[in-house]
Design a protein around this ligand. Structure first.
Ligand SMILES: Nc1ncnc2c1ncn2[C@@H]1O[C@H](COP(=O)(O)OP(=O)(O)O)[C@@H](O)[C@H]1O
Ligand SMILES: [Mg+2]
Length: 344
C-alpha cells in the first residue's frame, strides 16, 4: 500500500521552472562541402572555381531550456544533434540565428562560457591520454579553479557513484571504455557547472555502467540543480532521466514536449520468435497489437503496459512450441519515423 502511494508520485519532483538558461532562436548551421573533381583536371578546376554543396545540419531551431531541467535531445543519425551541441557550447559558430547561454553568446565568449558548462562527447576523450587519471583531474582542478577543499569533497562524492578509485592511478589510455566514460562524467561535473551537455554518454557501454552513469546524472541534477541536455540513442536513458524530450529530424525540430505524451508511441515491444508451426500461430491476448509472419519468423507487437513479456511468453508456450525468441526494444529511429509518419 505504502509503495503503491509512492509509485503515484511523479518520477521527478515537479518544480516551478523559472530561469531560462539556454535559448536558441532561429538557429541554423549550414556546412559547405567542397566537391573534389576527378583527377588532375578536377583538382585544377576546383582550385580556380570551388564548387560546393550545402548541408543544412540545423535549420531554424528554436529552443528554450530552463534551469534544472534534464532534456533528452533525440533523433536519427545525421539529424543535427551534435551540431546543435557544438553551437551551444561555443565550438561552432552558427550560420544564422541567436544563442544565449546563461546570458552569454557562447561563441563570442567561449572562455567565460566554458566555466559555466561541462561537456561529454561520447567516445571522444577530453582527458589527457598519457596522464594518470588523478593527474588529469588535478589539471582540471587548476583550469576550473576549484579549491582544495571542494576538490577533495567532490572527488570523494563522485567516487561513491562512479567508483573512480578503481583506476585512479592508471593512465587514461589504459582504461576500458566504461571506465573512461565514468571519468569523463566526473570531469564534466567537477567544477559544478550550471549546464552539462552530454552527447551520447552511454554509447557502447554495458548495462551496469549505463546505470551508474544515469545514477550520477540524476544525483547531480537533483542535488546541484545542474541543467542537462542529453543526446542518446538509448531509450532507457531517456525514460530514466528525462521529463522532456526534443526530437530532431533532418535538422528540424519535430517534437518538443513531455516524454509522457510520446511514451505510448514507443511502449510497444516486439517479441520475435522462431515457432515450430508458424502457419498455425494465432493469438488473442489482451495487449497484443499485431502478429506478423516474415522469413520464417513470427513477430508479435505488444503493449508492455497491458501485458508483460513474461506473461505473454507463458501464454504462448501453453499452445505452441517455441524454438527461439528475442525481445526487441523500440529504438529512436522507429520513434522518429512514427512521429514523422503519423504527425502529432
Ligand atoms: N564538420 C562538418 N562538415 C560537414 N558536414 C558536417 C559536419 N558536421 C556534421 N556535418 C553534417 O551535418 C549533418 C548533421 O550531423 P550531426 O550534427 O553530427 O548529426 P547527429 O549528431 O544528429 O548524428 C550530417 O549530415 C553531417 O554529415
Ligand atoms: Mg552526433
Amino acid at each position: 500500500m505504502f509503495f503503491g502511494c509512492l509509485g503515484a508520485i511523479k518520477k521527478h519532483s515537479q518544480k516551478e521552472w523559472t530561469m531560462t538558461l539556454i535559448r536558441a532562436e532561429n538557429l541554423s548551421k549550414t556546412f559547405k562541402i567542397y566537391q573534389q573533381g576527378e583527377g588532375v583536371k578536377g583538382y585544377l578546376k576546383n582550385f580556380f572555381k570551388r564548387e560546393y554543396e550545402e548541408v543544412k545540419a540545423v535549420e531554424d531551431l528554436n529552443l528554450e531550456i530552463n534551469e534544472g531541467e534534464i532534456v533528452g535531445y533525440i533523433g536519427s543519425n545525421g539529424a543535427g544533434k551534435s551540431t546543435t551541441v557544438k553551437m551551444l557550447t561555443g565550438i561552432l559558430k552558427p550560420s544564422e540565428g541567436e544563442i544565449e547561454v546563461n546570458g552569454r553568446n557562447p561563441y563570442e565568449e567561449r572562455k567565460k562560457n566554458a566555466m559555466d558548462i561541462g561537456v561529454v562527447f561520447g567516445q571522444k576523450t577530453q582527458l589527457w591520454w598519457d596522464l594518470p587519471v588523478k593527474e588529469s583531474f588535478r589539471l582540471l582542478k587548476e583550469i576550473y579553479e576549484v579549491t582544495d577543499e571542494d576538490y577533495d569533497k567532490r572527488i570523494e562524492e563522485f567516487d561513491e557513484v562512479l567508483q573512480l578509485s578503481e583506476f585512479w592511478d592508471q593512465p587514461v589510455r589504459k582504461l576500458s571504455l566504461g571506465q573512461k566514460m565514468r571519468c569523463e562524467l566526473a570531469a564534466a561535473f567537477l567544477h559544478h557547472p550550471k549546464i552539462v551537455y552530454l552527447d551520447e554518454p552511454t554509447i557502447g557501454l554495458d548495462i551496469a555502467v549505463k546505470e551508474r552513469i544515469r545514477d550520477f546524472i540524476r544525483k547531480m541534477n537533483r542535488e546541484k540543480d545542474t541543467t542537462v541536455m542529453l543526446t542518446t540513442h538509448d531509450m532507457d536513458d531517456i525514460e530514466d532521466l528525462c521529463e522532456r524530450v526534443v526530437v530532431l529530424d533532418g535538422g528540424k525540430k519535430i517534437y518538443d514536449g513531455q516524454l509522457d505524451s510520446l511514451i505510448d508511441r514507443f511502449t510497444s515491444r516486439r517479441l520475435v520468435m522462431d515457432v515450430k508451426n508458424p502457419e498455425e500461430f494465432k493469438l488473442t491476448i489482451e495487449g497484443v497489437e499485431s502478429v506478423e509472419k516474415e522469413n520464417g519468423e513470427t513477430e508479435v507487437v505488444f503493449n508492455r503496459e497491458k501485458v508483460s513479456a513474461a506473461d505473454l511468453m507463458s501464454e504462448i508456450l501453453q499452445d505452441y512450441e517455441v524454438i527461439d525468441f528475442k525481445i526487441k526494444e523500440p529504438d529512436i529511429d522507429s520513434v522518429v519515423r512514427k512521429i514523422y509518419n503519423e504527425g502529432l
